[in-house]
Structure formats: structure tokens, C-alpha cells
Ligand binder design. Structure first.
Ligand SMILES: [Zn+2]
Length: 156
């Protein structure tokens, strides 16, 4: 399936959705890795949600775990292409907390990366949206600068 400029295999998205359903009612998160030049996502690696008691409404990634996934991917020629997380019993819109976690001091942490958000209602996946911050983006999407990012509905 084409998500912005990346072709992500349906089986990879299915693996991410399955993880989100298994983690319900907590938020689920993980990385979709693949070939950077071909922009083809071929691998999903779930990450543990370290948000503790807040995990029903948010997620927190352990930086060391994240880096280990990235480095292990690199050793096999894979790069992170998309970040996946779920919203239990909520819409797949990026939350204020999501937006805040994508920047430090107004600078994007992962310019060019796609974010896939899956809504999981009563343990079953529902709608999915994907967001993309172009490398030229200077800020986060909002009413005033919506054009800096795009989102699409992903058929699930
Ligand atoms: Zn979120």
C-alpha cells in the first residue's frame, strides 16, 4: 500500500494492527523499517510502551530500545520509514501530546518520517490515518500551518 512516498507491504501494516489490538486497551507503538532508497517498508518492530499508568492514553518509547532497533536495522540495510502508534477508543488524529513529542524547541525530531496512527475501538482496529512532515517543515501542523504536513486516510 502506498502511504505518501513509501510503499508499505500490507502484511507489515497487518502486523502493526495486530499488535495494536493485542495491546488494547493500552496504546501500542512500533517502527516500520525498510529500504530507504526504494522507500519500501518490509519490517515491523513493536516497541514497548513505557508510559506506565498513562499507557491507556499515551505512549513513551525507551530511547535505548529505540536506538537498538535503529542500529540493528542499519546492520541489515534497513532504516526507519514510519512510526506507528495506536489510539484506543479514540480517533486516529494526532493528539496535542503527539505533536509536542515530535518537536524539541520547535524543531522537528524526525523530518521526512511518516506517522501512522490506528484507532482501535473495543479491541478492534477501525480507522487509520497517516501523517507526513515534509523535510522543509519548520513546525507542527495546526490551524495556522496545516500545509506544512499532510494526512491521508488509510484503508484498513
Ligand atoms: Zn497519539
Amino acid at each position: 500500500m502506498m502511504i505518501f512516498n513509501c510503499e508499505i507491504e500490507t502484511s507489515i501494516l497487518d502486523a502493526a494492527y495486530a499488535e495494536a489490538e493485542a495491546d488494547y486497551p493500552a496504546e501500542s507503538c512500533g517502527l516500520i523499517l525498510g529500504c530507504e532508497t526504494q522507500k519500501r517498508g518490509t519490517c515491523f518492530v513493536p516497541l514497548r510502551n513505557h508510559a506506565g499508568a498513562d499507557s491507556l492514553h499515551s505512549f513513551r518509547v525507551n530511547e535505548l530500545e529505540y536506538m537498538n532497533v535503529v542500529l540493528k536495522g542499519r546492520s541489515t540495510g534497513l532504516r526507519p520509514l514510519a512510526f506507528f502508534h495506536s489510539h484506543p477508543d479514540a480517533s486516529p488524529c494526532l493528539s496535542k501530546r503527539d505533536l509536542a513529542s515530535h518537536t524539541i524547541d520547535g524543531q522537528l525530531l524526525f523530518p521526512g518520517q511518516i506517522h501512522v496512527v490506528a484507532s482501535v475501538v473495543q479491541g478492534k482496529r477501525q480507522s487509520v490515518q497517516a501523517y507526513y512532515y515534509s523535510p522543509e517543515s519548520q513546525g507542527i501542523p495546526g490551524k495556522e500551518n496545516r500545509l506544512l504536513s499532510q494526512f491521508i486516510e488509510v484503508s484498513s
